[in-house]
Write a protein that binds this ligand. Sequence first.
Ligand code: THU
Length: 137
Amino acid sequence: MSSDPSIDWPELERRALAVRLNAHAPYSSYQVGAALLCRSGRVFLGCNVENASYGLSLCAERSAVAHMIAAGDKDPVAIVIATRGPTAGSPCGMCRQVLAEFALDLPVRLIVDGLPSATRDTSLAVLLPDAFRRDSL
Ligand code: THU
């Protein structure tokens, strides 16, 4: 799942942890950072952006996808998602679906700030089997 040697996981982890600190999460106090690596080698970052109208909150993963698309890239090959502990947070259903628009299977690493033992490696295909995609339309 996360064994591709061309992926610099430590660098993606560092970027996800760093951008997590920029999260705007005054309501939940749950900061999330995401680093999305594309085949081009570019890395797009995202963090959650909450709102006083709670339902308008944007997740870190979808923020990273928006940055990717705005930059003209659309071929993600790996994502690292950073949260607080004790358990690494798994992406919500909406973010899984949004990621599935751009990658059938994507290696996903979930990490916790300051707790390397909490790292979990998984993939989008495991997190969202049988995704609804454009070939269904
Ligand atoms: N959150 C994310 O950024 N990504 C997810 O996949 C799950 C949840 C954010 C949304 C909200 O700002 C906070 O975490 C608590 O739900």
